[in-house]
Structures are given as structure tokens and as C-alpha cells.
Design a protein around this ligand. Structure first.
Ligand code: AVJ
Ligand code: FE
Length: 425
């Protein structure tokens, strides 16, 4: 190889589309917040729900920590304290400001957080504008950073819904779009039947995926049946009215303990007014529509409902195989709808994450990446359950049959619903 060839391969420029993607997603985060008042940006009702401005800063911190500090020559952070304040959980980076106190961060102000975003954006643009010998690694980290920011765009919606929902004024985030309600009523759940099969699980494509979707591997499935739609609010109301929350025989032990300790009687955000169920939504308080999928249930409630209905939850592999075959309507939406659609509408998409019975753990052969960035997914592989699909607040482009979301079984503030499965019908 000549010297000239060596130079050409060692100093390369960035794909122009990368910077365009970065800019588009960065702008989207700020755009999603437009309906908010300034006072809303700092709300944190519980440890799990971060303030909006913390999301806006932490996503910038991610690019600063994993790209600018290591790869931008002579990079000067805008503020030295941000390394600590906006570190979510990366011990490899250093100590973190306590999660449950994020709501106390009245400073930096929203305006200063926006300046931080602009500063990071400018530095990233400059970095990508020049040739670099680290094009591959920076491209991989930037792509991860973009998907990370999109995950936080979803968390922004789930968190602001929870935080606004604490206010007795039940603030409207945005007005509900004009109703396109149809008179059609929902039929019974049908089941797709699958034969036993040795199937391929995990991401096998050439695009982006998170590390927890790899390695692709074979998995032996027994025969099973999976529901052709999600459980509706109407069906869930039957469960409630027939005493589902008062009968321990339907519940896992930890689930029953949660019912007792937290006084659960209905999904999160539900309340009965004049004998009629209502739910708080990002469009304010609305009557529960019987034909929408039931939302904001824990895995315990999903499991109890399934027991009551004579079914079970699917495993994550069953779900993925059914999705690969095109039998699950998790279809991608171009815009975020902020509320799951009526299932009676033609081409309605699922609009909710779906609890599976699978524990979140590494696939056979999974290796945690070196360095602090390896803490992204791997260290959470204990005591959580996998959810599959995507929701009405998931970023477009995140729907993949191999995508693995994960939360603790008692958590309810994500847009999580129920798809049933059975061994046979
Ligand atoms: C995949 C949604 C469980 O909420 O911690 C954000 C997403 N990872 N920053 C989470 C995430 C790093 C993650 N979930
Ligand atoms: Fe994060």
C-alpha cells in the first residue's frame, strides 16, 4: 500500500446525512416542549419522572461526554459542573447528582439549558465538518446519541404526563384533535396460531440497533397463539367491575402486594366520575373510550388480567416471531399521537408498549461494551421485564421487531398495555 493510500484511509470525512439527522432530532426535542409554560420545565413528582429541562440537558451531556470530550481537540465544556449534574447513571464517568433531586435544579435556568444545547450543537457541527481519523467510532457514538435523544423524547412525554397529572387543575398539554369517532364496535380478540419452530431472535440487519438486541441467535419456540389486538378499556372494565383487583387468585404474589400497598383499583390516571370512568391524558381529563387499548397498567395488572381471561402474557421471543411474520400490527406512525388510537379505526396501530413475561437479560453471547457507554443497557439486566412494540409517544423510526424496552414490573407511567397469548385456543 502506498503512503498516499494510507492517508486516504486514515483520514476520512463524515456522511452528510449524519449531521442532518442530528440536527433534525435535536430540533425535535425542543419542538416537543413548545406547548409547555416555563414553570412546567422543572417539575419532578417522583424520582422516575425527570424534569423536562433535565432531559434537554442530559441528552446534550451525552454528546458532550461521549463525543466532544474524547474526540474534539481542545474542547472546553460550557460549565464544569454539568458533568456531575446531568450524568444520569454512568459510574464510569463519575458521581451523579441524586436522581430524586433533579426537580431542585432551578439553575441552570431553562434559557441556560437551551444555551447548553446550542453550544453542544455548534461543537458537534464543527467536529463533523472536519475530516477525522476517528470517523467510524464517532459515527457510531453519534448514532447512539441520536437514538438516546429519541428515547428521552419519549420519556419527556411520559414524565410530563405524570408530572402535570399531579395538579388538580389537570392541565391540558395540547388540545385533543377533532374526534374521528366511528360507530363500529370492537369484535372479540382473535388469535394467530404458530407451530413449534426454531426461530431467529435479535437484530440481523445492517442499520442501527441497541446492544441488547444482539447477538442474533436461534431460539426454540413451542406452538403458541397470540392475540390479534390489544386488550381494550372495555374489556379491562369488565375485569375491574367483576372484582379483579380484589381477588388474589389472579395475581402474582408481588403483584398482590402492590395492589395492597398502593391501593390499586384501576389503571394509573383513571378515576370514576358520576359512575363513568375517566382518564387523565395529554389532552386533559377525558371519558375512557371502551375501544381504545387499556394503557398505563403494570406488568402485574397485565398478568392478573391475563389469568382472569384464561390467557397469559407472551414471551418476548413469541412476540418477536409473530412480529417478524407480520402478525402484529405495531405499525410505525409518522407523528406522535400522544394517546393510543381507537382500535375500531382502519389501520389503527397498537400505540402501546406490550408487557411480556420475559425477564430482561442478555442474549446468549451478549457482551457489555467497554467503557462507560457500556453502562447504557447492560447493567440493568436484573429484575426488570421486557416490553415489546412501541407506543403513541415513541419516536418514529424506533419500531423494530427486535427492539427491547424494559421496566420494573410495578411501573405504570409508561404507555404500556396488554397483548394476550395462549398455548392453544
Ligand atoms: C430503555 C427506556 C428503559 O428509560 O432508562 C435513556 C432509555 N437509556 N437513557 C431508560 C434510556 C439511557 C431507558 N429505557
Ligand atoms: Fe439517558
Amino acid at each position: 500500500m502506498s503512503v498516499r493510500e494510507v492517508e486516504q484511509t486514515s483520514d476520512k470525512h463524515f456522511d452528510k446525512a449524519l449531521l442532518a439527522d442530528f440536527r433534525r432530532v435535536r430540533l425535535q426535542s425542543v419542538d416537543s416542549c413548545r406547548p409547555l409554560q416555563l414553570e412546567d420545565y422543572g417539575l419532578q413528582a417522583v424520582a422516575e419522572t425527570s424534569p423536562t429541562k433535565w432531559h434537554l440537558a442530559h441528552t446534550s451531556w451525552f454528546f458532550e461526554t461521549f463525543i466532544l470530550k474524547p474526540y474534539r481537540a481542545d474542547y472546553q465544556p460550557l460549565n464544569q459542573h454539568y458533568e456531575y449534574v446531568f450524568n444520569s447513571y454512568y459510574n464510569g464517568v463519575g458521581e451523579q447528582f441524586p436522581r430524586q433531586k433533579r426537580g431542585l435544579l432551578s439553575r441552570p435556568s431553562v434559557a441556560e439549558v437551551m444555551q447548553y444545547r446550542d453550544y453542544v450543537d455548534g461543537e458537534i457541527s464543527a467536529l463533523l465538518g472536519a475530516d477525522s481519523e476517528f470517523v467510524e467510532v464517532i459515527t457510531a457514538l453519534l448514532t447512539l446519541g441520536i437514538h438516546h435523544e429519541q428515547q428521552h423524547q419519549e420519556l419527556f412525554y411520559t414524565d410530563i404526563k405524570y408530572n402535570l397529572g399531579q395538579n388538580p387543575l389537570l392541565p391540558v398539554f395540547t388540545e385533543a384533535p377533532l374526534s374521528t369517532r366511528e360507530t363500529a364496535t370492537l369484535g372479540e380478540i382473535g388469535y394467530h396460531r404458530f407451530n413449534p419452530a426454531l426461530v431467529s431472535i435479535g437484530y440481523g440487519g445492517t442499520g442501527f440497533c441497541f446492544d441488547n438486541e444482539r447477538p442474533q441467535h436461534l431460539h426454540q419456540l413451542s406452538g403458541f397463539c397470540i392475540a390479534d389486538r390489544l386488550v381494550s378499556c372495555g374489556e379491562y372494565i369488565q375485569f375491574i367491575e367483576q372484582g379483579g383487583y380484589r381477588q388474589p387468585q389472579f395475581w402474582l404474589a408481588d403483584g398482590w402486594a402492590a395492589v395492597q400497598q398502593q391501593g390499586w383499583q384501576a389503571p394509573l390516571y383513571w378515576q370514576k366520575i358520576d359512575d363513568c370512568w375517566h382518564e387523565f391524558t395529554l389532552h386533559g381529563l377525558l371519558p375512557v373510550d371502551l375501544d381504545r387499548p387499556v394503557c398505563h397498567v403494570s406488568a402485574y395488572e397485565a398478568d392478573a388480567y391475563a389469568s382472569w381471561a384464561g390467557a397469559r402474557l407472551p414471551t418476548e421471543q413469541e412476540w418477536e416471531w409473530a412480529a417478524q411474520q407480520g402478525h402484529i400490527n405495531g405499525s410505525e406512525r409518522r407523528q406522535q399521537l400522544l394517546r393510543p388510537e381507537l382500535m375500531t379505526q382502519p389501520n389503527a396501530c397498537d400505540g402501546l408498549w406490550q408487557w411480556t413475561s420475559s425477564s430482561y437479560s442478555g442474549y446468549p453471547g451478549f457482551v457489555v461494551e467497554d467503557g462507560a457507554v457500556g453502562e447504557y443497557n447492560g447493567k440493568f439486566m436484573a429484575n426488570q421485564l421486557v416490553l415489546r412494540g412501541g407506543s403513541c409517544v415513541t419516536s418514529p423510526g424506533h419500531y423494530r421487531s427486535s427492539y427491547r424496552n424494559f421496566f420494573y414490573p410495578g411501573q405504570r407511567w409508561q404507555f404500556s398495555g396488554i397483548r394476550l397469548a395462549k398455548n392453544s385456543v
